[in-house]
Design a protein around this ligand. Sequence first.
Ligand code: HEC
Ligand code: HEC
Ligand code: HEC
Ligand code: HEC
Length: 165
Amino acid sequence: MKNAVSFLALALAFTVLTAFTFSSNHNYIGSKQCKACHSNAKMGGISYKTWEKGVHANAMESLKTPEADKIAKGKAITDKGCLSCHQTSAKDNGVGCESCHGAGSAYKTKHAKDLAGAKALGLETPKVADGSAEKQCKTCHNEKSPTYKGFDMKKDWPKVAHPKS
Ligand code: HEC
Ligand code: HEC
Ligand code: HEC
Ligand code: HEC
């Protein structure tokens, strides 16, 4: 019994350590890196094309308006607080794929052949049906947004859905 407990403790420590080590290798690469495969019906599907035309892709543009400068009392596009929700990384002009699917450097090519294995490489697959997607939406859609209008998954998800076909 005692051995089983210490084995479990060791296994847990190992899991935490490897998760920590690998996560530090997950870097943001930008949505353009997802474009070739995810604009192609015969590869990863056409999700990119829908996202590209949607409200998230160019969320940085909202920080360049007089309204934004009024809220931020100056340059919103350099305000770390504003950027934390309006831009995934400097490689995106808004809320990119990686804000919801995880930083892509490690899973970029590998997940195309092994989706299950890609979770350990940082691929996140939030789902609408089990509530995990809504939880993620609310990390940005909340009262910390100076223009918060409320959030309703039933109405808001269809506006940003991006099926494979
Ligand atoms: C080399 C081509 C390629 C690249 C580059 C690529 N993907 Fe994929 N992706 C695929 C293929 C193939 C699938 C599997 C599609 C299927 O099963 O229908 C897939 C599946 C996915 C899925 C669906 C997972 C699921 O549960 O069904 C997500 C999310 C995803 N990719 C995100 C991304 C993101 C984000 C990027 C950029 C960081 C990216 N992909 C770059 C080829 C690619
Ligand atoms: C990384 C932060 C972030 C995440 C995560 C996020 N959003 Fe957004 N969303 C934004 C920002 C920023 C805008 C404003 C874009 C603009 O107008 O420039 C926005 C705008 C929207 C809009 C348009 C709202 C309007 O009033 O015009 C909808 C709909 C939306 N998001 C749905 C969702 C859903 C559904 C999810 C979860 C699946 C989600 N968002 C996750 C940051 C995020
Ligand atoms: C605001 C968050 C968000 C962003 C941004 C986002 N996704 Fe998704 N994506 C989701 C969620 C949530 C689902 C799962 C929907 C469900 O439960 O059916 C999903 C599903 C997918 C799927 C599976 C679709 C299917 O029909 O099974 C692919 C592929 C995908 N996303 C790729 C991408 C790519 C590529 C980008 C960038 C071009 C991107 N996503 C941007 C949240 C996002
Ligand atoms: C917690 C995440 C978050 C932060 C921080 C944030 N925003 Fe936003 N922003 C959003 C979301 C989500 C939307 C979509 C509308 C909403 O708030 O529901 C949005 C929309 C906007 C819009 C468009 C308003 C409209 O009428 O559609 C402007 C302008 C804006 N934000 C400016 C800013 C500025 C300036 C800052 C920094 C002072 C900032 N935001 C910080 C999440 C955020």
